[in-house]
Design a protein around this ligand. Structure first.
Ligand code: NAD
Length: 492
């Protein structure tokens, strides 16, 4: 171990070398002020290591490196070269899959199964981006003889990217994949709670042949490092995933500094709607995946569960039994379904909502308390009799905490579901295609899942309506967020 890396023994027994410096211009370095901060294992509440904290002057150095790299062959050369580098990176991540999976469980508290799912999606998505690098064709617009009009897509320049702690590595890939494939350069800030997988992967990026300055990782806090990115005069775009509140702040900072292009993937309070004619057993599983997958720390979690009156009692009874059988605890234990919440702050926030729910007159069906007394574990929690106006019904809780409301008709479910400032996702459970089509057409949400939930594919776009965001990630849409159109009109 040195100041810029630490040897860490994982709960699996494996030992690995964790980079702990800032990654600027393809080197791990200390911050200019020499500051560091501790990273906590949420399952044990013990410190894993200290990592360097980037201050605004470090963000400046990263932008210098990224600007220099942008004005090079990286953005002007053959795009197939960028594709090749991204394929190499995906291959290396595949070779390191086991370690990456463990790092993610250690740092975030999610189960190994959840982490393995994330890493698999990361690898697939990086390959999808790699394959797109040399396929971003332009067009020729015919305006008659005498002119030649070329329309092409170009990268934006240095992109600032700020990501959250619930899917540390997955969000890293959703951000850097399309940015690098299209020839941009990047200054990325991981969340202060979970910087480890991004730093580890930076080492792999260098090994994969990502040129110096193309990818810079500046670990640090929102109010200093994040703010320096959002306000930086030479960063041309900021991409953010996190809370709507911080998203608004970043959008304002982007506007006031230099009209940065902005993409935002923000919060949600997504509706998961169960109809009388659903397949009951599959629906129970989909409700559970909807709200308890990844310990409920999912922006598109199906946290408002609407159940039609004819099937209500049956679903509630079976759901309660299934939820009480969920094993919560050590994320490295393969029998565990739900790991730890990522921070003490989140645990306290969720427990606060349990009290609020009781005060507001909702009925606690199950859960509502800590699991054990060490580590940030909480029992999967469901409230019934949740109503519009209650805080537990309106606000994003971001934990294993669902609220249940009864409805009678599809139109009533639609009114309830759409009556939210959020619009990230929604779920429908029915065997009737007519109902599925009618309801999915009318839901104001960026993703609608039918007879499934929290079911992602790298080729399918993801993003929010209303205050859940701007822009789409994954799928072909991701490349729109990182390119701008240039028209070249020649008089001949
Ligand atoms: P946050 O939105 O404040 O933090 C997300 C990222 O933004 C982190 O990297 C953070 O350092 C950075 N950040 C914070 N303030 C910033 C600022 N002023 N300028 C630039 N960057 C800044 O979220 P949080 O405080 O960690 O969590 C609070 C709540 O946000 C959660 O309880 C949850 O409801 C929600 N959340 C949503 C998502 C999502 O994917 N939609 C992810 C994380 C958190």
């Amino acid at each position: 171990s040195s100041k810029l890396s630490k040897t860490i023994t994982l709960p699996t027994g494996e030992t690995y070398e964790q980079p702990t410096g800032l990654f600027i211009n393809n080197e791990f370095v200390s911050g200019k002020q020499g500051k560091t901060f501790g990273v906590i294992n949420p399952s044990t509440e013990e410190e894993i290591c200290e990592v360097a904290e980037a201050m605004p002057e470090d963000v400046d150095s990263a932008v210098d490196a990224a600007e220099k790299a942008f004005n090079s062959d990286w953005s002007f050369g053959d795009p197939a070269n960028r594709g090749k580098v991204l394929y190499n990176l995906a291959d290396l991540m595949e070779a390191h899959k086991k370690t990456l999976t463990s790092i993610e469980s250690l740092d975030n508290g999610k189960t190994l199964a959840n982490a393995a799912g994330d890493v698999g999606l990361v690898i697939n998505y990086l390959r999808f981006c790699a394959g797109y690098a040399d396929k971003l064709d332009g067009e020729v617009v015919d305006t008659g003889s005498g002119y030649l009009n070329l329309v092409k897509r170009e990268p934006l320049g240095v992109c600032g990217q700020i990501i959250p702690w619930n899917f540390p590595l997955l969000m890293w890939s959703w951000k850097i994949g399309p940015a690098l494939a299209t020839g941009n350069t990047v200054v990325l800030k991981p969340a202060e709670a979970t910087p480890l997988s991004a730093l580890y992967s930076a080492k792999l990026a260098k090994e994969a042949g990502v040129p110096a300055g193309v990818l810079n990782i500046v670990s640090g806090f929102g109010k200093t490092t994040g703010e320096a990115i959002a306000t930086h005069p030479r960063i041309r775009k900021v991409a953010f995933t996190g809370s709507t509140r911080t998203g608004k702040h970043i959008m304002t900072a982007a506007a006031q500094s230099n009209i940065k292009k902005v993409t935002l993937e923000l919060g949600g309070k997504s509706a998961n709607i169960v109809f009388n004619d659903c397949n009951v057993d599959k629906t129970i599983q989909n409700i559970i995946t909807g709200i308890f997958f990844n310990s409920g720390e999912v922006c598109c979690a199906g946290s408002r569960i609407f159940i039609q009156s004819g099937i209500y009692d049956t679903i509630i009874e079976k759901l309660k039994t299934a939820v009480q059988a969920i094993k919560v605890g050590n994320p490295f234990d393969p029998a565990v379904f739900q790991g730890a919440q990522t921070s003490q702050m989140q645990l306290d926030k969720i427990l606060g909502y349990v009290e609020k729910g009781k005060e507001e007159g909702a009925h606690l069906l199950t859960g509502g308390e800590r699991e054990g007394n060490k580590g940030y574990f909480i029992k999967p929690t469901l409230f019934t009799e949740a109503k519009p106006g209650m805080a537990i019904y309106e606000e994003e809780i971001f934990g294993p905490f669902g609220v249940i409301t009864k409805f009678d008709t599809p139109d009533e479910a639609l009114t309830l579901a759409n009556n939210s400032e959020y619009g990230l996702a929604a779920g429908i459970h029915t065997e009737n295609l007519n109902t599925a089509k009618y309801v999915s057409d009318r839901l104001r949400a960026g993703t609608v899942w039918i007879n499934t939930y929290n079911d992602f594919h790298y080729a399918v776009p993801f993003g929010g309506y209303k205050q859940s965001g701007i822009g789409r990630e994954m799928g072909k849409s991701s490349f729109d967020n990182y390119t701008q159109v240039k028209a070249i009109r020649t008089k001949i």
